[in-house]
Ligand binder design. Structure first.
Ligand code: DQA
Length: 144
């Protein structure tokens, strides 16, 4: 099983970015935790981050025929990117939307996700653990 893990704008700054909201864990820490968890299920993780909407879309298009699921934290693109949504909705594999923070407890503009209606499910507010939980669901549900 191959799982594409995508992170959107500013998530490269995890660890130093608003740690009271996002914690001290870095994106490299998250990748390492996911790779370790994936080994239990003999799964392969393709892990990417980009600050650019088009790059994320290019990655989805490039990998869509060779992956079994997508786990994505779109960052602020969550709230307005119809282009990212369209790219994801064109893919036939399950999609899990992850947010480190509980977006529903924060500013009003974060309460709406344009991605959620085309995602299989969403995890928000569980910190970096949300990524590992999403991966665990993908592997345990064997959503191929
Ligand atoms: C986020 C929440 C978004 O509102 C924000 O723009 C992010 C991170 C999260 O993981 O909690 O960049 O997706």
């Amino acid at each position: 099983m191959r799982i594409l893990v995508l992170n959107g704008p500013n998530l490269n700054m995890l660890g130093t970015r608003e740690p009271h909201i996002y914690g001290a864990t870095t994106l490299a820490d998250i990748e390492a935790a996911m790779v370790a968890q994936a080994q239990h299920y003999n799964a392969e993780i393709l892990f990417h981050q980009s600050n650019h909407e088009g790059t994320l879309i290019d990655l989805i298009q490039a990998h869509q025929t060779s992956i079994h699921a997508i786990i994505i934290n779109p960052g602020a693109l969550t709230h307005y990117s119809y282009a990212l949504r369209d790219a994801l909705s064109g893919v036939s594999v399950p999609i899990v939307e992850v947010h480190i923070s509980n977006v529903y407890k924060r500013e009003a503009f974060r309460h709406h996700s344009v991605i959620a209606p085309i995602a299989t499910g969403q995890i928000a507010g569980l910190g970096w653990h949300g990524y590992v939980l999403a991966l665990t669901w993908v592997c345990q549900a064997k959503v191929v």
